[in-house]
Ligand binder design. Structure first.
Ligand SMILES: Cc1cc2nc3c(=O)[nH]c(=O)nc-3n(C[C@H](O)[C@H](O)[C@H](O)COP(=O)(O)O)c2cc1C
Length: 183
C-alpha cells in the first residue's frame, strides 16, 4: 500500500516536472513560463565580460526573469540557499588564470568544499585562441569547480574567441536564447 501511494506520488511528481519544463520553453507566452532567479558572477580584467553580463542581464530581465549581476561575488552569495541558477561569465588572464575579481570567490568555494548540489549553472567563457592550451582556461576551471561541488550545468559551456568573434555580447545573446529555454 505504502509503495503504491509512493509510486503514484512519484508519477504525479514526474508529470508536474515535465509540465514545468514545458512552461519554460521559449515558444510559450511570457505569462505561461516559469521565471528563474539568475545570479550572474563576472570575472573580468578589462571589461569585456562585464559588457557581456550586462547585455545578458537586459535579455533575461526583458523575458521576466529576476537577474542580479555581481563582479565581486562572495562564496556566501551562492551557499546561503535561496539561489536557483548561477551564470558564470568570465574572461581568462595570465596563462589560463582566473581574473583577480573572481579568484577569491573560486578559492573560497573550493577551500570550504561548498555544497552546491541545489544549484544549476551555466558558463560563458571569454578567451583568445592564440593562447592555445589555456584557451578559455578560467571558464573551464569554474565549470570544473561547480561540477565538483555538485552543481548541475544547464546546457553547454559557451566559449568566445576574441580572435574570430569580435562581438562577444552578440555571441552570448545568441547562445542565451537557447540556454534560457533549458532553465
Ligand atoms: C594578459 C592577458 C592574458 C590572457 N590570457 C589568456 C589565456 O590564457 N587564455 C585565453 O583564452 N585568453 C586569454 N586572454 C584573452 C582574454 O581572456 C580575452 O581578451 C577576454 O575577452 C578579455 O576579457 P575581459 O575584458 O573581461 O578581461 C588574455 C588576455 C590578456 C590581456
Amino acid at each position: 500500500m505504502y509503495f503504491e501511494i509512493a509510486a503514484r506520488n512519484g508519477l504525479q511528481t514526474a508529470i508536474y516536472v515535465r509540465l514545468l519544463g514545458a512552461f519554460a520553453r521559449p515558444g510559450l507566452k511570457k505569462s505561461q513560463r516559469i521565471m528563474a532567479d539568475i545570479f550572474i558572477v563576472i570575472g573580468t580584467e578589462s571589461g569585456n565580460a562585464q559588457m557581456v553580463a550586462d547585455c545578458l542581464e537586459d535579455e533575461f530581465a526583458a523575458q521576466g526573469h529576476s537577474v542580479t549581476v555581481n563582479d565581486n561575488a562572495q562564496a556566501s552569495d551562492v551557499t546561503n540557499g535561496g539561489r536557483d541558477v548561477v551564470l558564470i561569465v568570465t574572461a581568462t588572464t595570465g596563462m589560463g588564470d582566473l581574473p583577480s575579481n573572481i579568484e577569491p570567490f573560486a578559492r573560497a568555494l573550493e577551500g570550504e568544499n561548498a555544497d552546491l548540489s541545489s544549484l544549476r549553472y551555466g558558463v560563458v567563457a571569454l578567451g583568445d585562441q592564440t593562447y592555445q592550451d589555456t584557451f578559455c582556461g578560467a571558464g573551464k576551471k569554474m565549470d570544473a569547480l561547480f561540477e565538483k561541488l555538485g552543481a548541475k550545468r544547464i546546457g553547454e559551456r559557451l566559449e568566445i574567441d576574441a580572435c574570430t568573434q569580435p562581438l562577444p555580447d552578440e555571441e552570448a545573446v545568441k547562445w542565451a536564447a537557447e540556454w534560457v529555454g533549458l532553465l
